[in-house]
Design a protein around this ligand. Structure first.
Ligand SMILES: NC(=O)c1ccc[n+]([C@@H]2O[C@H](COP(=O)([O-])OP(=O)(O)OC[C@H]3O[C@@H](n4cnc5c(N)ncnc54)[C@H](OP(=O)(O)O)[C@@H]3O)[C@@H](O)[C@H]2O)c1
Length: 258
């Protein structure tokens, strides 16, 4: 069923897997046209072809590492005219690296997390939002995390980046007050995606263990929440939405069936 999202332009970062990919599929199901961003171009192109075929929506893919400030500026500012009026920005690209005590952790992983989760989100926002302000219309939906509300053992830098996303979201909402642009954040607990595989540098055993004995959320659960935020009437805004698996109480405590 098509809704008011029909024909809107939605830019999604990190659309090659997990939450971003599920969100792209959900928006396509509502008839939105999609700008899909990520580093794995083949995946972007396959997804774009699938959605154009299945849902009849228009798609545009851009291979982009959101850590590259100049490239972000170039990609956003050189969008074809028919794609320039972005209605909804979903800042989803992000990652965790390692789960080690801070004092013995891998510093390269810190740089990756800070550069992607914080600086990448800032760059994309900085170059997309001015157009929304000019048009007095738009919606920024950030994918934060429960790690943006709590700190957990071994998650020092990841939690810091997601606390930054919470702060950026709250500040941006103040900056945009009265300008016709809404700002929301959707903050998940455990979602089974490639996240843990990336966090543990491809170690499948470790990644699997994260979800052992419980039913985690899926990318579709989060995509549904994003669509809910995007379809509120103009006078209403979802500021922050925290979603957890029923088997998870907070960032540290989960009930596992043994
Ligand atoms: N899974 C969870 O439990 C969970 C919980 C709370 C919050 N989150 C957040 O949800 C978001 C999506 O994660 P996910 O769970 O869907 O993990 P995922 O399956 O690993 O997806 C991450 C996405 O981010 C993209 N990405 C990573 N670095 C990038 C970069 N430098 N430039 C452009 N794109 C980049 C990846 O695409 P390429 O590799 O192709 O670039 C991929 O599409 C992240 O912000 C994560 O922090 C996840």
């Amino acid at each position: 069923m098509k809704t008011e999202l029909n024909g809107k332009i939605v830019l999604i970062t990190g659309a090659t897997s997990g939450i971003g990919e599920a969100t792209a599929k959900a928006f396509a199901g509502e008839g939105a046209n999609l700008i899909l961003i990520g580093r794995r171009k083949e995946r972007l192109d396959n997804l774009a072809a699938e959605l154009a075929d299945k849902d009849g929506v228009k798609t545009l893919t851009r291979r982009l590492d959101v850590r590259d400030k100049n490239k972000v500026e170039e990609v956003i500012n050189s969008l074809p005219d028919e794609w320039k009026k972005i209605d909804i920005l979903v800042n989803n690209a992000g990652l965790g690296r390692g789960l080690n005590p801070l004092y013995e952790d891998n510093i390269d992983g810190w740089e990756e997390m800070i550069d992607t989760n914080v600086k990448g989100l800032l760059y994309v926002t900085r170059f997309v939002v001015p157009g929304m302000v000019e048009r007095k219309s738009g919606h920024v939906i950030n994918i934060g995390s429960i790690a943006g509300h709590e700190a957990y053992k071994g998650g020092g830098v990841y939690c810091a980046t997601k606390h930054a996303v919470t702060a950026i979201t709250r500040s941006l909402r103040l900056d945009l007050l009265g300008k016709g642009v809404r700002v929301s954040t959707v903050d998940p607990g455990m979602v089974e995606t490639e996240f843990s595989l990336v966090r543990f540098y491809g170690d499948e055993q470790k990644a699997k263990k994260v979800y052992e004995g419980l039913t985690p959320l899926t990318g579709d659960d989060i995509a549904e929440a994003v669509i809910f935020c995007a379809t509120r009437p103009p006078h209403a805004n979802i500021n922050e939405m925290i979603i957890m698996p029923s088997a998870q109480a907070n960032a540290f405590f989960a009930h596992r069936k043994t």
